[in-house]
Design a protein around this ligand. Structure first.
Ligand code: MN
Length: 248
């Protein structure tokens, strides 16, 4: 979707350049290209390295305990980043933005798929949470109410998708190609940006439902973890992604 849109934007930009060229000269050409390049990637999208956590390991307690956060970040997530780096070097050295990898993910190895997905999903996940959560902007609430009924309905749909995901995976709120909100889940470390994903769209919010995300505190009670996680959601980040995705 993003690549097609980019091609389409590039074509439009070229037409604009051709139209404007005779009037405005070379300056119009370079500014159109910059404009199209700026819009292509979410500015806060995960890069190719693991960033520091935006809070300390204890900051999400009691919903998520410090030991779970430390192991999750410093072992599980760090390993995805390390293994992604190896696989990128071996098979996709030219990739500078993971979005460009995900649109043709089916052409690459399972190692790259699992670890690039793992890296992107976790780097995003840390930023989809904040100590105590961050309140939902009214404009986003309106969109949710128009499309999904209510915030409670969104919560129920996400919980159903997350508890219904058999084994390991993620549950998501995405903006689909028709610019509509959709809720669903993916297995393993797949994400909705991948061409082979069973759920497709731009990820606005995701929750990790691998057992390593909750087992120390919640054991087999995934629904209790999801209930606690809800209070941590950084809705400002969700809204920022929505504003980006709706403009693509
Ligand atoms: Mn995880």
């Amino acid at each position: 979707m993003q690549r097609r849109k980019f091609v389409s934007d590039s074509a439009k930009a070229t037409i604009s350049i051709l139209a404007a060229g005779s009037l405005l000269g070379q300056q119009a050409c370079s500014s159109s290209k910059q404009s199209s390049g700026r819009n292509r990637y979410y500015p806060q999208s995960p890069g190719l390295t693991q960033q520091p956590l935006p809070y300390n390991y204890k900051a999400l307690e009691p919903a998520i305990d410090a030991m779970t956060m430390e192991i999750h970040y410093s072992r599980h997530a760090a390993a995805y980043t390390k293994n992604m780096t190896e696989a990128l070097t071996a098979e996709a050295a030219g990739i500078t933005h993971l979005e460009d990898l995900f649109v043709s993910m089916s052409k690459y190895s399972a190692k790259l798929r699992n670890n690039a997905g793992g890296h992107y999903n976790h780097e995003s996940f840390w930023r989809w949470m904040a100590p105590g959560g961050k309140a939902m902007p009214a404009s986003l609430q309106t969109v949710i109410e128009q499309q999904l009924g209510s915030v409670g309905d969104l919560r129920n749909k996400l919980t159903t998708a997350a508890t219904g995901r058999f084994g390991s995976g993620w549950a998501w709120l995405v903006l689909d190609a028709q610019k509509k909100l959709q809720v669903g889940s993916t297995p393993n470390q797949d994400n909705p940006l991948m061409d082979l994903s069973e759920l497709k769209g731009y990820p606005l919010l995701g929750v990790d439902v691998w057992e390593h995300a909750y087992y120390l505190k919640y054991q087999n009670k995934r629904a209790d973890y999801l209930n606690a996680w809800w209070s941590l959601i950084n809705w400002e980040e969700v809204n920022a992604r929505y504003q980006f995705a709706i403009s693509l």
